[in-house]
Design a protein around this ligand. Sequence first.
Ligand code: 5GP
Ligand code: ZN
Length: 129
Amino acid sequence: MDCIFCKIVAGEIPCDRIYEDTEVLAFLDIHPKTPGHTLVIPKTHSENIYDIHSQSLTAIMSSAQKIACAIKTALAVDGINVIMNNGAAAGQIVFHAHLHVIARFAAGSNTSRHEELGIVASKIREALL
Ligand code: 5GP
Ligand code: ZN
């Protein structure tokens, strides 16, 4: 199957890994909306909310919670969005189910920090420990 996220799970395409367990992989988005923008995906392929197994959905949401807490600690954010795009009309581009965990910063705070993805990833991983 020609799925870019399945290739990331298989290690065929590199990623800045944040978290991994038997069911879930989390890694930084290659085009972050803000620093720390993380994608949380089930290791088993499904397209989106319509076909994802409820156990996988529970697993990615539970991981997104832990990762949101780690991002909050690591990056001193003011807010966090957890978003799932389902279907092209909803903005879905990659058809392997995923949650976006996106940090938000209050108006006036410095959102123009552009750190290397690898540095941001290690800060979040440390906060997860
Ligand atoms: P969607 O719009 O489908 O919810 O979002 C897909 C996300 O995957 C986009 O934000 C995009 O930047 C990200 N993305 C696409 N290809 C890759 C990739 O090869 N590696 C990583 N880390 N992110 C990707
Ligand atoms: Zn896939």
